[in-house]
Design a binder for this molecule. Sequence first.
Ligand code: NI
Ligand code: MN
Length: 225
Amino acid sequence: MVNYTYLGHACFMLDDGNSKILVDPYLTGNPKALIAADKVKCDYILISHAHGDHLGDAPEIAKKNDAQIVAIPEILAICEDRVRGLKGIPMNLGGTVKLPFGFVRMTLAFHSSGVAGGVACGFVINIGGKNFYYAGDTALFSDMKSIGQRDKLTAAILPIGDNYTMGIDDAAIAAQMLNVPYVFPIHYDTWEIISQDVNEFKSRAEEIARTEVEILQPGESWEFE
Ligand code: NI
Ligand code: MN
């Protein structure tokens, strides 16, 4: 059993009952966040890039939970500058790290990184025998097809907000290329500039891709058996 919980904007949690993986924990200042940064429990924190709406509260949450941060070295350095004595797992694009719950593979993302010398990334997270693809902030790119071929995906977590990332049309094409049975839309409606009709995304994606789009509100979960 693996639980996916949406925590607002691009933040979510994957939990197999043993390991809690928190991704892009932007909670303080996040108008959509229901949970405060000092209330979150986790064992691992994955950070896709250094923009504030992704790196967020990661250093403070990591310290409080004694959690390990998985990110590129440039991001680990930012976290360490903010809070001393953190546990980091450095990796980079194309790399795979085995962890007690499964593995984390770092994938391409086309987006600015928010840190000099850095790159933005996505992740394939293998937990409880299931593969979750988180695209991070990204444009649509045709190699998404190879991500869906490399690992049989259980679900994809895709930005649909447009302006800073893919919008609903490109995210629907991404769902098609990934060949993924479930899609969770994120990174929309947090601010006016990324407001989107998520139901329109659902109908477009389900029209062109063999997928089910699940629209979760912050705080809601989806359980995978
Ligand atoms: Ni960004
Ligand atoms: Mn963002």
